[in-house]
Unconditional design. Structure first.
Lengths: 392, 97
């Protein structure tokens, strides 16, 4: 039986991890993630889990410790944010290149400079090309559900890749929401026993991780790594199906909200999608056919499916809570790539919103939907990439 | 032998064969070659202890010739060598001379 609770996103993720009870956890504090690993450390101290914690001196060390523990043959977790994820960067590639299914909630936060502790997506977008699977979450419930599903996805024998579960710093990590916990036993049965794959501690079969591979085979290794990513979508959908049977909550590659007959649409990640859906309902009541696409699986990106979902719209705004200075927002680049191959495609604009935790208000969504409505009626696009709610 | 294609690779960059480094002969990296002067050698085996490449073969507690398939010519053995009466048992000479 599900248990209804009022908890923060950090607490929800910490409890998902507790229910899985992994072998090893690399711990290093960074706002706004700190509270999640602090809670997990309490679980360890209070005997709620048997996880061995490794308290390290930096996130670079944390990810290194996780890589070692995962290669040794353990089920391994850590969590981070912002500068911490940035400091892990080189080790992230090693975790994925060595095919180690480390599970890591990333509590999204802005990157320095200037120093800012609040929610935006610059950190995880910076880790886009590290070979990790990325799953994004709108609220505490999704963060919890995605964390549990991440184990099944990353540890799948055809995949064996590390997974980041992204949730918005403070807005989700520190806000108390109503959500439902599964029973401990249900989660344990859902994720199952951890299965080893090429563990270093199998002394009967000695092996080496991370050798030097130069011009003779490196190109082939990277091609093989891409191939694994092409199998992730199916696994994500299979795991979601099983999870729905268990919880009653439905997940896909992305969420389509009132998109079937929509003329205009927003594409937006994580918590701001919730605010946008409210505004879309208001527009629908006024007779404007508005919809929303909220990506869940960002790496690998479901290009064909996203194109199929958006193909009948007339105008789409892709909303980015991260920037590529001198380029378009990272989500915009994915959506334009997805839609380019269609014969007829909607007009696309890009808005950068909410950097460094700047509030995303219903009025912002209204502004964008009104602009899209004008474009859909034949109006011209004035500027493709704009900053929403920025003071002149 | 046909070079491996991407479908032939084991998952992840994992070498499944133990001790396979022996197949990778690194002697060609060498710019200086160690020469062993047996007459100055007291068989202290410091060269064997210090050699980072296991290029000094020891049999029955005594060293013999260098294994030049793996010696990279770092010269640590020559530096550490005490020799006999101030005369070194290991000398580094430039390759190709």
């Amino acid at each position: 039986m599900a248990k209804v609770v009022a908890v923060t996103g950090n607490e929800a993720c910490a409890n998902a991890l507790r229910q899985v009870n992994p072998d090893v956890c690399g711990i290093y504090p960074i706002t706004p993630q700190t509270d999640m690993m602090q809670r997990y450390a309490s679980f360890i101290a209070n005997g709620k889990v048997t996880t061995e914690s490794i308290l390290v001196e930096s996130e670079h060390s944390s990810m290194s410790a996780c890589i070692g523990a995962a290669a040794a043959g353990g089920r391994v977790i850590t969590a981070t944010s912002s500068q911490g994820l940035a400091l892990m960067w080189e080790m992230l590639h090693i975790a994925s290149g060595d095919r180690l299914p480390i599970i890591m909630p990333v509590v999204n936060r802005a990157l320095s400079a200037p120093l800012n502790i609040h929610g935006d997506h610059s950190d995880a977008m910076g880790a886009r090309d590290t070979g990790w699977i990325q799953i994004w979450s709108e609220n505490a419930q999704e963060s919890y559900d995605n964390t549990i599903q991440a184990f099944r996805i990353g540890e799948h024998m055809d995949i064996r890749l590390p997974v980041m579960v992204c949730l918005d710093g403070f807005i989700i990590s520190h806000s108390i929401e109503r959500m439902e916990y599964l029973e401990d036993g249900e989660v344990r049965d859902f994720v199952g026993e951890f299965k080893n794959f090429l563990p270093l501690l199998d002394l009967e079969k000695p092996k080496s991780y991370g050798p030097l591979i130069l011009t003779d085979l490196y190109h082939e290794y990277k091609r093989a790594q891409h191939e694994v990513m092409t199998k992730v979508k199916d696994v994500v959908l299979d795991v979601a199906k099983d999870f729905e049977k268990l919880s009653g909550r439905k997940y896909g590659l992305f969420e389509s909200y009132r998109l079937e007959d929509a003329d205009i649409a927003l594409v937006i990640l994580n918590s701001a999608a919730g605010t946008s859906k409210d505004v879309i309902d208001e527009f629908r009541q006024r007779g404007v056919k508005a919809g929303l696409l909220k990506p869940r699986l960002f790496r690998p990106f479901p290009y064909e499916e996203a194109a199929e979902a958006l193909k009948n719209t007339k105008a789409v705004c892709v909303m980015d809570r991260a920037d590529s200075f001198g380029g378009y927002g990272p989500l915009f680049m994915e959506i334009t790539s997805a839609l380019y191959h269609l014969k007829e495609r909607p007009v696309l604009i890009n808005k950068i919103y909410g950097l460094g935790g700047r509030d995303y208000m219903p009025s912002h969504a209204e502004l964008v939907l009104n602009e899209l409505n004008e474009i859909a009626k034949g109006g011209k696009v004035k500027i493709i990439k704009e900053y929403l709610g920025v003071r002149e | 032998m046909k070079p491996k294609g991407w479908k032939d690779l084991p998952p992840g960059s994992v070498v499944l064969e133990a001790g396979s480094a022996v197949k990778f002969k690194t002697g060609s990296w060498r710019a200086y070659r160690p020469i062993w002067h047996e007459e100055n050698c007291i068989q202290c085996l410091l060269c064997w202890i210090y050699c980072p490449d296991m290029s000094i073969k020891v049999k029955d507690g005594k060293r013999g010739e260098f294994d030049l398939d793996y010696c990279k010519g770092c010269g640590i053995c020559a530096l550490e060598c005490h020799g006999k009466k101030g005369k070194k048992a290991i000398e580094m000479v430039e390759e190709g001379k």
